[in-house]
Design a protein around this ligand. Structure first.
Ligand code: HEC
Length: 155
């Protein structure tokens, strides 16, 4: 009897754990927005130093920013995209177009290209060659834009 009860409790506990692993749609939206904002902040730092020359070039700072972007790109953000998290279900709380899930091949390709570009930026930032950083920065920015043009709704 006691063993049976323990078994039932363990099963109940497992069920709760599984429920917790499944994020709520609103939390997915919040987490992915935070990731994009944090990447944008770091892109801005690299832009100011390497593209606009508004701030003096500091290789360590550029490398730190590029590493932060690459870490987010490599973090598996795809897990924050589920079909219940588009403008169709959540309205103005998100800008993810439902088209994302009708074009998963394209979305996946854009996501993979973005990760490759982010890793390349981190790699050249570690070397500190400004011309190479400029090129890699442009490629990352192009990937951000490509995804937005396809799958992010206007405000
Ligand atoms: C795979 C597609 C994809 C890539 C790659 C991507 N974004 Fe986005 N981005 C989105 C989508 C979709 C949203 C809307 C998210 C939402 O509202 O739920 C978004 C939203 C944003 C936002 C607004 C966040 C907010 O608080 O509403 C910023 C800023 C942003 N992206 C910057 C970037 C930057 C910078 C990069 C590249 C370094 C990038 N994104 C790469 C798809 C992408």
């Amino acid at each position: 009897m006691k063993a049976l009860l323990m078994g039932a409790m363990a099963a109940a506990l497992l069920a709760t754990t599984a429920a917790h692993a499944q994020m709520k749609p609103e939390d997915m939206v919040e987490a992915r927005k935070a990731g994009y904002q944090f990447m944008a902040w770091n892109m801005g730092k690299i832009k100011a130093q390497v593209i606009d020359g508004k701030e003096p070039f500091d290789q360590a700072k550029v490398a730190a920013a590029a590493n932060a972007i690459a870490a987010i790109a490599n973090s598996g953000m795809g897990a924050l995209y589920s079909p219940e998290t588009t403008t169709e279900q959540l309205g103005k709380a998100t800008r993810l177009k439902p088209e994302f899930f009708q074009n998963l091949d394209k979305a996946g390709q854009i996501g993979r290209d973005f990760t490759v570009a982010a890793n390349q930026l981190a790699s050249v930032a570690a070397d500190g060659d400004q011309a190479a950083i400029k090129k890699a920065f442009g490629d990352v920015g192009g990937s951000c834009k490509s995804c937005h043009d396809n799958f992010r709704a206007e405000r």
